[in-house]
Design a protein around this ligand. Structure first.
Ligand SMILES: Nc1nc2c(ncn2[C@@H]2O[C@H](COP(=O)(O)OP(=O)(O)O)[C@@H](O)[C@H]2O)c(=O)[nH]1
Ligand SMILES: [Mg+2]
Length: 453
């Protein structure tokens, strides 16, 4: 478990910017700030939340850089502690030097996510909000960002806490039935306790409804473009990216290595992987590329298998079945339909199929419709209000699993076993918001943050 009593510092901005922010948080923030930054007035509670112009100066005066500084007084700061932020010129050297001055003055270099960790420990935010901060930084699509912002606003934590507190009420009722068996207290009827559990259950199921969105928007989808040589795989990659990333030629075997690029398609963050065409090659480099193609196909979530509408149809389908059957979600894509008189003559591939011409840019929107449906599992219309992460959904499942047992035991008035089940549910929910999270869970979560956040 991290120490939360000392004062930490880190460069909070990424490298390469014009301005860098060095953040100092903890009981000694003001003292350290004033020992390295000097302006017309000292940083103090009088001038809090005001940007002041001054200089960062090293004790031997060999370093002196213009910088502005601001003081946020506890508890009204990101971490809930005293915070001093110094803004200086960006670039690696100046910001590094200012950070070193803070360390020499007694601060400790912050670990990744440690400022947000302190905000959590000081009760400024719950664990879902902290995770939301991480999601905001890594969001790759507009929808992912909206969801992350709502989660940081606390909507998920609030819902989970409400469910948890309704279960705590049921638990205390069960426990008091055990403790005061003899007395006639004003008990709730078992049926009403069970009704509360059912309500909780349906609220949990509601949260689980958008687990796919949660995982897809946070983790993205791996889409592999595969097929025989020269069917138009690299052309499709370039079309989807909107720029010429891969080399396209009329020569079969042009792409010899896998080419990976990130993109956003219909609000879905994707990793597109263009592969070397699958064929029996006698060239050692091409064969290596083909091995990589087959490995990519094995790891794909979605495979766009391109089929050349201008070549032998039965052969095309045979190769697809040989390499892609049973692997992920395969979408058959007949390309070059501009070379056919009538694309209705194409044989049925037996799976979800699109017919396109990259050359003439036809059928591509329909392909995107199929792709979208394949990602979400159903036609997607509205943006969900919350979309739980994989961590949340496995805990929600755990919470949900123990509820039927609790209901059963309440029905048979076995208060002790009902309590055991309820405690399991309550603990799982508490791990989501952080009330019940162990130090290693917290370490695991905050270590995914970047330094300075
Ligand atoms: N007529 C026609 N040619 C296409 C189409 N898509 C790609 N091509 C051509 O097919 C050839 C092979 O394309 P490429 O993308 O390199 O295929 P890859 O080997 O599968 O990556 C190139 O000459 C492309 O211009 C299409 O829709 N219609
Ligand atoms: Mg290619």
């Amino acid at each position: 478990m991290k120490n939360i009593d000392d004062t930490i510092a880190a460069i909070s901005t990424g490298t390469g910017g014009a301005v860098a922010i060095i953040r100092i948080s903890g009981a000694d923030a003001l003292k350290i700030g004033n020992s390295i930054w000097h302006g017309g007035t000292k940083l103090s509670s009088k001038g809090k939340r005001k940007l002041l112009l001054g200089k960062c100066i090293s004790p031997d005066s060999s370093f002196s850089e213009q910088a502005v500084a601001v003081f946020f007084q506890s508890p009204n700061s990101y971490t809930g502690e005293d915070i001093v932020e110094i803004q200086c010129h960006g670039g690696t050297l100046v910001s590094r030097k200012v950070l070193e001055l803070t360390l020499a003055a007694g601060a400790r270099q912050a670990d990744p996510g440690e400022f947000t960790f302190r905000a959590f420990m000081n009760g400024k935010i719950d664990l879902t909000q902290a995770e939301g901060v991480c999601d905001i930084i890594s969001a790759q699509s507009g929808m992912a960002l909206n969801l992350a912002e709502r989660q940081t606003g606390g909507i998920l934590g609030k819902t989970v806490r409400e469910i948890r507190s309704s279960l705590v009420t049921v638990l205390s009722e069960c426990e008091s039935r055990m403790d005061f068996v003899e007395e006639e207290l004003d008990w709730q009827k078992p049926a009403s306790l069970i009704a509360t559990l059912e309500k909780a259950s349906s609220k949990i199921k509601n949260l689980l409804k958008y687990r796919t969105e949660g995982a897809v928007l946070r983790e993205g989808v791996r889409i592999v473009i595969a097929g025989k040589p020269n069917v138009g795989k690299s052309s499709l990659l370039n079309l989807l990216l909107g720029y010429d990333r891969a080399i396209v030629t009329a020569l079969p075997g042009t792409t010899r290595d896998t080419v990976e690029e990130h993109a956003v398609i219909r609000n879905i963050p994707v990793k597109l992987i263009d592969t070397a065409g699958i064929r029996d090659a006698d060239n050692i480099i091409e064969n290596k590329g083909i091995e990589r193609s087959l490995a990519s196909i094995r790891q794909a979530q979605i495979i766009l298998w391109l089929l050349d509408a201008s070549s032998n149809h039965a052969e095309e389908i045979k190769t697809m079945k040989k390499h892609a059957a049973g692997k992920g979600n395969v979408i058959a894509v007949w390309n070059k339909i501009d070379l056919l008189k009538n694309s209705r003559s194409l044989p049925d591939a037996g799976i979800e199929t699109a017919k396109i011409s990259i050359e003439k840019n036809t059928g591509v929107e329909k392909l995107m419709d199929i792709l979208e449906k394949s990602v979400w599992g159903y036609p997607h219309t509205d943006e969900p209000e919350t979309a739980v992460s994989t961590r949340h959904s496995s805990l929600l499942e755990e919470a949900l699993d123990a509820i039927p047992g609790a209901s059963q035991k309440i029905k048979s008035q076995d208060w002790e076993l009902a309590s055991v089940n309820l405690r399991a549910t309550i603990a799982a929910l508490g791990k989501i918001t952080g009330e019940d999270a162990s130090p290693d869970i917290l370490d695991e979560i905050f270590s995914r943050f970047c330094i300075g956040k």
